[in-house]
Design a protein around this ligand. Structure first.
Ligand code: SF4
Length: 299
């Protein structure tokens, strides 16, 4: 099936809704047109992604997961964003590069993979910074295959091991199996991480956000990653900045920040596998750090 055709019977993500996105929308809430909420130099990714100058982030509207604790719920589920053409997206990539971005950071791109590939095809010869695919980890390997020769860095989450949690918080009972297969494919595509002058040039960084009352699930995720990869195959980013926002405010077990004990017990488990990567100061979990992504930038 050609890139454009898949949008008439969409199976890009594990939901496999088979929506005809030329006429309607699937679970992700998006049709055939690219919609973005913002693009900007972004300083709040891992240090190897943001570097000194920032990461050239493009925030795509809609989402294949729609987690109850989504910090970006206004753009993932509440329709914030605006339509752009493939041509315009390719120009945005060049604009971000000319502003000094260390990379092009495709934030939440899964449901727009064919359109992103078309945009990259237009400017591939002019882009000399890495392309980062920054996703929630709910991916099909068939879709990731399309990204070979386009993406240099994958930045996926692994959110849950337990399918009961995946159902409750993201309505995705099969989340872990898809995410684990996805990160293996991503690491195969990128090869081992390569860092030059403190900035990642290629490789896969697996992220995990520790949730309140879920430390055993987090520890199981770390164990599974530890069994699946050698310590130098990937980088691991353990995130502590969870804040109860959006629907999580009304879910009792999610309505608090994580404790130092919860976070440290996950970090402790990770340290046993020798992965290189990132841990966060827990003081970074303040509401001011939740970016407002939906302001339409000046064109
Ligand atoms: S990308 Fe959207 S339309 Fe396509 S299968 Fe996933 S949720 Fe359905």
């Amino acid at each position: 099936m050609e890139s454009g055709d898949i949008l008439t019977c969409c199976t890009l993500c594990p939901r496999q809704c088979k929506a005809d996105r030329t006429k309607s929308k699937g679970f992700c809430g998006e049709g055939k047109n690219i919609r973005i909420a913002a693009y900007k130099l972004h300083m709040w990714e891992e240090p190897v992604i943001s570097g000194q100058n920032g990461s050239g982030a493009v925030f795509f509207s809609g989402c294949v997961l729609r987690c109850v604790f989504c910090q970006n719920h206004e753009i993932s589920t509440e329709k914030k964003g605006y339509v752009i053409t493939v041509q315009r997206l390719s120009e945005i990539f060049l604009e971000l590069q000319s502003k000094g971005a260390h990379n092009i950071n495709l934030v939440n791109p899964t449901h727009f993979v064919p359109q992103i590939i078309s945009a990259l095809d237009l400017v591939k010869d002019k882009l000399d910074i890495p392309i980062v695919y920054n996703s929630g980890g709910y991916e099909r390997v068939e879709t990731l295959e399309r990204l070979k020769n386009y993406v240099d860095i994958f930045l996926p989450d692994i959110k849950y091991f337990d399918s009961a949690l995946a159902v409750k918080y993201s309505n995705a009972p099969d989340y872990f199996n898809y995410a684990m297969s996805a990160v293996k494919k991503m690491a195969e595509i990128t090869g081992k991480p390569v860092i030059e002058n403190g900035v990642l040039k290629k490789g896969t960084v697996i992220r995990h956000l520790v949730l309140p009352n879920c430390r055993h699930d987090s520890i199981e995720i770390v164990r599974r990653i530890g069994k699946a990869f050698k310590s130098d195959d990937i980088l691991l980013s353990l995130m502590s900045q969870y804040m109860p926002v959006y629907k999580a405010k009304s879910i009792k077990e999610l309505n608090r920040r994580i404790s130092t004990f919860e976070y440290e017990s996950v970090v402790q488990e990770a340290s046993m596998y020798g992965f290189d990567g990132f841990i966060q100061e827990r003081s970074s979990a303040v509401e001011e750090y939740v970016p407002k992504f939906y302001d339409r930038p000046k064109e």
